[in-house]
Ligand binder design. Structure first.
Ligand SMILES: [Zn+2]
Ligand SMILES: [Zn+2]
Length: 340
C-alpha cells in the first residue's frame, strides 16, 4: 500500500448510517493501517446475531456510520508501523474483541474480555462487511489450514464465544443447548468430541433445527419449552430469549449452571426461588480473550469442526440479516466479497 496510489484505492462496503435502517452499499476509500495495525484484503465475513443487535439498535452507542461484521477472514496486504506479527500474504481472522487497553484492572488480571476501554470490531470500530479492513494485529488470529475461508469465518465468533461458553459450563456431562444456530452447532461438535451428551432445545416447530442437531450427534432434540428428558448438568443459552432462563433452570440438576452466551437478551421473567435454590447458578459470557482464541484454534486444528454455511454476496447483506432475524437460517450466512 505504500506509494502514491495508496490514498486513491476504493472499496465496496455495506454501511450502517443509523440503527433501525438498512445497510447501504457504498464506494469508500480503502483504509490505511495505523501503528500496530494490518491492512487486510477481506475474503469473507460471517453474519453474527450480534450484527443484528447492532443494526437494530439494541446495543448502545455504535460508531456511526459503521461497517458491521466481526467474523472476518482475509489476507494481510500491508503492515502498519511497528507490526511484528504476521507477514504480508498471511491468512488471518479478525474477531469481536478488536482491541483492549492493556492497563485497566481487568486487562492486567487476564480478563481483557471485560476491559474498561475496549474496541469491538463491527460495533465501535469498522468491521468486515467490506472488501478491505484494518485491524490491530495483536488481536488477530492465524487460522488452521484445514478450514477454507468460508468454513473458517463462523469460527471467529460463533466458535470463539461458543468455546468460552462451553468452558463456563465446566465439566458438565449432560449439556443443554438452547437455540441451535451458528454457535450451538459448533459447540455441539466440540462437546461431543469431549465426550459430553448434547441436548438441543430448538425454536418450537423448527423440525429442521432439531434434525440438524441430531445429525451433529445430539442425543436428544426437542422444543425449547419442553422439559429436559434427563436432568442436565449445565445449559448454554444462545437464543436471546429471557424466558429461556427459567426454562433452563428447571432443566438443570442440583448444582447445575445456566450460561447465557448472548450479548443481548429480552427481559427475564420472574421465577420462583425454588428453581434457583440448591446451588444452581446463572452466569453470562462476555466477549472473548486472546487466550480463548489461541485455545479454541489449537483445538479446532485437531477436532474437525464442520461449519454449516451459506455464501451470500456482500451486496445482499440486508437479506441475510433479515433471514437471521426471522430465524430462517440453518448455520451461518457468510458474506463473500466480489471476486471470492
Ligand atoms: Zn483494559
Ligand atoms: Zn458475534
Amino acid at each position: 500500500m505504500a506509494g502514491s496510489s495508496a490514498g486513491c484505492r476504493r472499496m465496496q462496503a455495506m454501511q450502517l448510517d443509523w440503527p433501525g435502517t438498512p445497510l447501504v452499499l457504498r464506494d469508500l476509500p480503502v483504509p490505511q493501517p495505523g501503528p500496530g495495525e494490518i491492512l487486510i484484503r477481506v475474503h469473507c465475513c460471517a453474519v453474527c446475531r450480534t450484527d443484528l443487535h447492532v443494526v437494530d439498535g439494541e446495543l448502545p452507542d455504535p460508531k456511526l456510520p459503521l461497517i458491521p461484521g466481526h467474523e472476518i477472514v482475509g489476507k494481510v496486504a500491508a503492515l502498519g508501523p511497528g507490526v511484528d506479527r504476521f507477514a504480508v500474504g498471511a491468512r488471518v481472522g479478525v474477531p469481536w474483541l478488536g482491541r483492549a487497553c492493556g492497563t485497566c484492572t481487568f486487562c492486567r488480571g487476564g480478563r481483557e474480555n471485560l476491559c474498561d476501554a475496549p474496541g469491538f470490531t463491527g460495533y465501535t470500530i469498522d468491521g468486515g462487511y467490506a472488501e478491505w479492513t484494518v485491524a490491530d494485529a495483536r488481536f488477530c488470529f492465524a487460522i488452521p489450514d484445514r478450514y477454507d475461508d468460508v468454513a473458517a469465518a463462523p469460527l471467529l465468533c460463533a466458535g470463539l464465544i461458543g468455546y468460552r461458553a462451553l468452558r463456563k459450563a465446566g465439566d458438565a456431562r449432560r449439556l443443554g443447548l438452547y437455540g441451535f444456530g451458528a454457535a450451538a452447532h459448533i459447540v455441539a461438535q466440540i462437546a461431543r468430541a469431549e465426550g459430553r451428551e448434547v441436548y438441543a432445545f430448538v425454536r418450537p416447530g423448527d423440525a429442521a433445527a432439531a434434525d440438524f442437531a441430531l445429525s451433529l450427534g445430539a442425543v436428544w432434540a426437542g422444543p425449547s419449552d419442553a422439559p429436559a428428558p434427563d436432568p442436565l448438568d449445565a445449559a448454554i443459552l444462545f437464543a436471546p430469549v429471557g424466558a429461556l432462563v427459567p426454562a433452563a433452570l428447571r432443566a438443570v440438576a442440583k448444582g447445575g449452571r445456566v450460561v447465557a452466551a448472548g450479548i443481548h437478551m429480552s427481559d427475564i421473567p420472574s421465577f420462583p426461588y425454588s428453581i434457583l435454590w440448591q446451588e444452581r447458578e446463572i452466569v453470562s459470557v462476555a466477549n472473548l480473550t486472546r487466550a480463548d482464541g489461541e485455545g479454541f484454534f489449537a483445538l479446532a486444528e485437531h477436532v474437525p469442526i464442520r461449519t454449516e454455511t451459506e455464501r451470500v454476496p456482500l451486496a445482499q447483506a440486508n437479506a441475510a440479516l433479515d433471514r437471521l432475524r426471522a430465524g430462517r437460517l440453518t448455520g451461518a450466512a457468510v458474506l463473500t466479497m466480489p471476486g471470492f
